[in-house]
Ligand binder design. Structure first.
Ligand SMILES: C[S@@+](CC[C@H](N)C(=O)[O-])C[C@H]1O[C@@H](n2cnc3c(N)ncnc32)[C@H](O)[C@@H]1O
Length: 193
C-alpha cells in the first residue's frame, strides 16, 4: 500500500521528490551525490518502475509505482525540500488543461517547504514538427512563469537548455534535435510559509 510506504519516509531528512521518474536515472544520480537527503521517485508505468527499482539500490531511496496525483496528498504540508518534474506529459503542462494544472500545482506548492524549490524541465515542439521559433519559445516561457507565479511560486531561473547534472533518459533522447525540440528549464522557489 502506498500509504504505508509514505509513512516509512524519514521526516527528519531533506526530502527530494521526482514526479514521473521514468527509468529513475535522475533519482539514481541525485541519491548517489546527496547521501544525506532522502529521495522519492514516483512512476505510474510498471515497466519503467521495474527498470528503476532493479537498478537503484541506495538506502536513501524510496520508489513508488503509482499515480503521483494519488500519492502527493499523502505528504505532510511544508515537508518536501526539492521537487523535480522532468518532461511532464502534456496533461501536466499544457495551457489547455489550466484548471487541472492549477489544482495540481497548488497542491504541490502546499507540500513544498518554505525555501524549497521546484525544478521543471519541459520541451516545446510545434504541430508540424518544424523548428520552433524564438517568439513561440518566449511566449511559452512567459506563460509558464506567469502561471506558476499566480500560484505563489517565485521564479529563480528560466532559460533554454538544462544543467548536465539533471540529465535523464528522455532528455537525452529529446536532445537529438534541438531546433525542433527546444528544452526549457525553470527553477521556482516557495518563499512564504
Ligand atoms: C516523458 S516521460 C519522462 C520520464 C523521466 N522524467 C525522464 O525524463 O526520463 C513522463 C513520465 O511520467 C510518467 N507519468 C505520467 N503521468 C504520471 C502520473 N500521474 N503519475 C506517475 N507517473 C506519471 C510517465 O509514465 C512517464 O514515464
Amino acid at each position: 500500500m502506498s500509504e504505508d510506504l509514505i509513512s516509512k519516509i524519514p521526516t527528519s531528512r531533506r526530502l527530494v521528490l521526482d514526479l514521473g521518474m521514468g527509468d529513475g536515472q535522475l533519482v539514481a544520480n541525485l541519491s548517489n551525490k546527496e547521501k544525506d537527503s532522502f529521495h522519492i521517485g514516483i512512476e505510474i508505468n510498471p515497466d519503467r518502475f521495474i527498470q528503476a527499482s532493479s537498478s537503484i539500490k541506495n538506502q536513501n531511496v524510496h520508489l513508488i509505482n503509482d499515480n503521483f496525483e494519488k500519492i502527493l496528498p499523502l505528504f505532510k504540508d511544508n515537508s518536501i525540500s526539492q521537487v523535480f518534474y522532468i518532461l511532464p506529459d502534456p496533461k501536466y503542462i499544457d495551457k489547455n488543461h489550466k484548471p487541472d494544472l492549477e489544482r495540481f500545482y497548488k497542491l504541490l506548492y502546499n507540500k513544498i517547504k518554505k525555501h524549497g524549490t521546484f525544478i521543471l524541465i519541459t520541451e516545446i515542439t510545434n504541430e508540424l514538427f518544424q523548428p520552433v521559433e524564438n517568439k513561440v519559445l518566449n511566449d511559452e516561457i512567459s506563460w509558464i512563469t506567469n502561471f506558476f507565479e499566480s500560484l505563489g511560486y517565485v521564479t529563480l531561473e528560466c532559460h533554454e537548455g538544462y544543467p548536465e547534472e539533471y540529465t535523464t533518459s528522455f532528455l537525452r533522447t529529446f536532445s537529438g534535435d534541438l531546433e525542433r525540440i527546444r528544452i526549457l528549464y525553470f527553477e521556482f522557489i516557495k518563499t512564504n510559509k
